[in-house]
Design a protein around this ligand. Structure first.
Ligand SMILES: [Zn+2]
Length: 498
C-alpha cells in the first residue's frame, strides 16, 4: 500500500468518496442466537460506513450450514477486490468473521486492503500501529497452529494404535483390514502368493522380475486388474517384516496382533538372499542452518558440507552459474543466528499481555471446532446408512458379492478417514489454548531454550521463525516469518503498546 495521508480514510478527501465492501458471516449455530445474525452485522457495518462517509460498493454474506462448509461469498469477495483494485476498504464486524484459517489471512494480506474491524474498533493497513497488528498476528498464528495440530493429532492417534499392536495403515498384500473390530486378517487367496514369493526368493535363484513373472503366471491377481504387480511391489513385499508379525511404523518396529504368514527365520533368510542386510547405523550429520540461507549475490541456495568429518562449511550452490561468494565456517554463522533468535525473545510483561489476546481468540476457535465435529458426525452417519443399505441389497441379491466387497471397502476407508479427522479436531481443540500459552512462553524464553538445543532442533526452530535469509560477505540477513516479524520489531524498538 502506498503511503497515505493521515486522514485519507475519511470521506471527502479531494472531493472523492471512498468505496467500501461489507462482509458478514454467521454459522448456522450462531443464527439461532440473538446478536449474531446477519441483519445485526449489516446494520452495524452500514452505520459505520455512513459515519465514515464510505460508499458501499458490494455486500458479501456467508451463511454456513452443516452441509456446506465452504464460504462461497468469501471467494467471490476476493475476486471482486482483484477485479476492482481501486476499492481498498473492507468492513467487517470482527477478526473471526474474516479469517477461518491461515490461507484466508494470506489471501487478504496479498490484496493489500485497509480492513476495518468495526466492533474491535481497529483499522488494519500497512501503517497500522504495531500492537494492533501484533495482536492480529498472534490470532492468525494461533489459527495456523490449530491447523498444524490437526496433522500432528492424526499422527499421535496412529502411534497410539501402533503401540497397542494395531497396524494404523492399510494392510499389505495377503492381509485385509477388518474395519468392524479394527483387526487384520489373512486373505488366504492372496496370502498363498505372498508365501510363494518368499519361497522363490529363498532359493536365491530368482530376481524380483522373475518372481513377479512366476506368481503372475500362477494366477495372482493384484488389487485390481488396472494395477499390475511391479518389480518394486515384489521388492517391497519381500522386505516387509509385516509378514513375520511385526510391523514398522515411523521407523519403529511394533509387535502386531495379527497372525504372521511366515517365521522370522524364513524372513531373515530371504533378506540375506536379496541383499537386504542391515547396514551399520549411519549417523546422519545435521546442519543447524541448512535450508535457511540464500546466496545474497546470486540468489542460489546455500548448502552445508562436512569436511574431514568435523568441519562444517556453508557455500553457494552456484546453480545459476559462477558466483564468487566465499565458503563460511559454521562457527562464523552461529553468533549471527544467536542474535537473530535473541531478536524475537519477548519480555515477560509483553507475554502476559498477549495471553489476554489469546484467551479471546480461543472462544472463537472452540465454536468453529464444535461446528466441524458435528459436520463430520453427520458425514459418518451417512456412510453408515449407505453401508447398511448396501448390505441389505447384497442379501437381497440386488448387487453382486464383488460389488459389495469393493464398495464396502471403499466406504469403510472413508469412515476411517473421517474418524481420524474427528479425533484430530477433538485433540486440536484441547491443545489450542495450551499451545498458545506454550508459544508465548517459548517466545519469552526463545533464546534461553534455543541455546541448549541440538543442531537438528535448532534447524527446526529456525525454519519456523525464518524464511529465505540471505548470506553475503559473511553477513546473515534474516527475514522473519509472520508474526515473528512483529516480535522482532517490538523487541528492536521496544514499542509494543503504541
Ligand atoms: Zn551465489
Amino acid at each position: 500500500m502506498n503511503k497515505k495521508k493521515e486522514n485519507q480514510n475519511q470521506s471527502g478527501v479531494n472531493g472523492k468518496t471512498l468505496r467500501a465492501v461489507l462482509y458478514a458471516r454467521v454459522s448456522s449455530k450462531e443464527q439461532e442466537k440473538e446478536g449474531f445474525s446477519i441483519p445485526a452485522q449489516l446494520q452495524l457495518l452500514k452505520g459505520y460506513a455512513q459515519s465514515k462517509g464510505f460508499q458501499i460498493s458490494q455486500e458479501f454474506i456467508d451463511v454456513e450450514t452443516a452441509k456446506a462448509a465452504g464460504r462461497t461469498q468469501f471467494r467471490e469477495m476476493v475476486k471482486f477486490f482483484q477485479a476492482n483494485p481501486e476499492v481498498k476498504i473492507l468492513l467487517v464486524e470482527k477478526t473471526d468473521r474474516l479469517y477461518r484459517n491461515f490461507r484466508d489471512y494470506v489471501t487478504l494480506e496479498d490484496l493489500d486492503l485497509e480492513i476495518h474491524l468495526v466492533k474491535e474498533g481497529e483499522v488494519l493497513n500497512k501503517e497500522s500501529r504495531s500492537h494492533v497488528k501484533f495482536i492480529h498476528g498472534i490470532k492468525v498464528l494461533m489459527a495456523k497452529n490449530y491447523i498444524d495440530n490437526l496433522s500432528e493429532e492424526v499422527k499421535k492417534g496412529h502411534l497410539e494404535k501402533a503401540k497397542q499392536g494395531e497396524y494404523p495403515g492399510k494392510a499389505p498384500l495377503g492381509y485385509l483390514n477388518n474395519q468392524k473390530d479394527a483387526t487384520i486378517e489373512i486373505e488366504q487367496e492372496k496370502a498363498k502368493y505372498v508365501r510363494r514369493m518368499f519361497e522363490l526368493a529363498a532359493t536365491g535363484r530368482h530376481s524380483f522380475k522373475t518372481i513377479r513373472e512366476t506368481v503372475m503366471g500362477e494366477g495372482l491377481e493384484f488389487y485390481s486388474p488396472k494395477i499390475r504387480l511391479s518389480k518394486s511391489h515384489v521388492e517391497r513385499i519381500l522386505k516387509n517384516p509385516f509378514y513375520t508379525g511385526s510391523f514398522l511404523w515411523n521407523g519403529a518396529l511394533y509387535q502386531g496382533k495379527y497372525a504372521p504368514l511366515l517365521s522370522r527365520t524364513q524372513f531373515d533368510l530371504v533378506q540375506e538372499k536379496i541383499g537386504n542386510r542391515k547396514k551399520g547405523k549411519q549417523r546422519k550429520h545435521f546442519f543447524a542452518y541448512s535450508g535457511l540461507l540464500l546466496c545474497g549475490k546470486c540468489g542460489c541456495l546455500v548448502t552445508a558440507e562436512l569436511k574431514k568429518g568435523r568441519y562444517v562449511y556453508y557455500h553457494c550452490t552456484k546453480s545459476k552459474g559462477s558466483c564468487d561468494e566465499m565458503y563460511y565456517r559454521e562457527e562464523d554463522l552461529a553468533p549471527q543466528f544467536d542474535a537473530i533468535v535473541k531478536g524475537i525473545t519477548i519480555d515477560p510483561s509483553i507475554r502476559d499481555w498477549l495471553v489476554q489476546a489469546l484467551k479471546e481468540s480461543h472462544k472463537d476457535e472452540t465454536a468453529y471446532n464444535q461446528q466441524t465435529i458435528s459436520r463430520l458426525q453427520s458425514e459418518l452417519l451417512k456412510l453408515k446408512n449407505r453401508l447398511d443399505q448396501l448390505y441389505l441389497d447384497k442379501v437381497d441379491g440386488k448387487v453382486s458379492e464383488a460389488f459389495w466387497m469393493e464398495k464396502s471397502r471403499e466406504w469403510q476407508t472413508d469412515q476411517d478417514r473421517i474418524l481420524d479427522q474427528m479425533r484430530a479436531h477433538q485433540g486440536a481443540d484441547r491443545r489450542y489454548y495450551d499451545d498458545g500459552l506454550k508459544l508465548l512462553e517459548l517466545a519469552s524464553r526463545a533464546y534461553e531454550l534455543y541455546a541448549k538445543q541440538l543442531p537438528e532442533q535448532k534447524n527446526r526452530f529456525l525454519k519456523i521463525v525464518l524464511s529465505n535469509c540471505t548470506l553475503e560477505h559473511a553477513t546473515v540477513r534474516p527475514t522473519y516469518k509472520k508474526p515473528f516479524d512483529l516480535f522482532a520489531k517490538g523487541v528492536e524498538t521496544g514499542k509494543w503498546g503504541e
